[in-house]
Design a protein around this ligand. Structure first.
Ligand code: CP
Length: 310
């Protein structure tokens, strides 16, 4: 396939290398210009984007809002607590009503895996997954790939370690799918209770040894512990987790000097990452946040205009 044809973005698992690179290269062209420049301001003029966020968010929601506005679209954000879902309305009826109100696309974050897929089958609108349970967070995976390319160049052959709570992480899954499609060598690391060996069937190396995870990595992506999705304890205490798997100045000695550190946020300083390291030049955390605007502009543009693109 050599043409963008999708009008929804549900995950990175099914995306081809061409499709991932189409989004990344479109985002790179947007990032070359200041978001406020006029040439982009009219691309989605007259479009209405609805952000339906049923879980808390700072980075993703705001970046989608800025991205839509930067392309000239109207954007309306609805949070779970402020919607009629609290009165018993179903997600299907919410989406159908949002469509009746003139939506041209829905960006959805929901705690249930598969909610964006369900909506895409019910509502004839572009659906963008902004995080569904522990399943996928494709725009995060894409902005991570974008940021890695900025620092490391071509992704093929690069060694990327994802460290932390892999089991409950939608960010880990989207990155694993996207990075392996582009030819990266991905290592998943953390406590055995949070990084089951079965993940190796998805094309990753799995290790529970921190030194082994860090020693040959070109980049290390840290994940926080997803307490909101865990019903049982997977390690004795946060301080023990931090001692065994936290990234601090002591374990930095295991890493290559030029290796970079990423984190999707929100950070738990002093748990998965030492505060000083989070603020250092090795950390690309705020670059990731900034790049999230251009990447989400590309997603909105490609998905809503796909029928008009040659
Ligand atoms: N990375 C991320 O999804 O952050 P938010 O929860 O703040 O959107």
């Amino acid at each position: 396939m050599s043409k963008w044809v999708r009008n929804s973005l549900l995950g990175l698992e099914d995306l081809s290398e061409f499709e991932i690179m189409k989004i990344i290269e479109t985002a790179e062209s947007f990032a070359l210009q200041e978001p406020k420049q006029s040439s982009e301001k009219s691309l989605l003029s007259g479009y209405r984007i609805i952000n339906l966020f049923m879980e808390p968010s700072t980075r993703t929601r705001v970046a989608f809002e800025i991205a839509a506005k930067s392309l000239g679209a109207d954007v309306i954000s609805i949070s779970g607590e402020a919607s009629s879902l609290t009165k018993g309305e179903s997600l299907k009826d919410t989406a159908l009503n949002v469509k009746a109100l003139g939506a041209d696309a829905i960006v959805i974050r929901h705690s249930s895996p598969g909610s964006p897929l369900l909506l895409s089958r019910i509502v004839d609108l572009p659906i963008i997954n902004a995080g569904d349970g522990a399943h996928e967070h494709p725009s995060q995976g894409l902005l991570d790939i974008f940021t890695l390319r900025q620092k490391l160049g071509e992704i093929k052959g690069k060694r990327i370690t994802i460290l932390g709570d892999i089991l409950f992480s939608r960010v880990a899954r989207s990155n694993l799918f996207g990075l392996t499609t582009l030819g990266a060598k991905v290592t998943l690391a953390g406590p055995s209770t949070l990084v089951p060996k079965e993940f190796s069937q998805m094309g990753a190396r799995v290790t529970h040894n921190l030194e082994e995870a860090l020693v040959d990595a070109d980049a290390v992506m840290l994940l926080r512990i997803q307490h909101e999705r865990q019903s049982a304890k997977h390690f004795p205490s946060l301080s023990e987790y931090s001692k065994m798997f936290g990234l601090n100045n002591r374990v930095l000695n295991y890493m290559k000097k030029e290796a970079v550190v990423l984190h999707p946020g929100p950070l738990n300083r002093g748990v998965e990452i030492e505060s000083e390291l989070a603020d250092s030049n090795r950390a690309l955390i705020l670059n990731q946040v900034k790049n999230g605007i251009a990447v989400r502009m590309a997603i909105l543009y490609l998905c809503t205009r796909s029928n008009n693109l040659s």
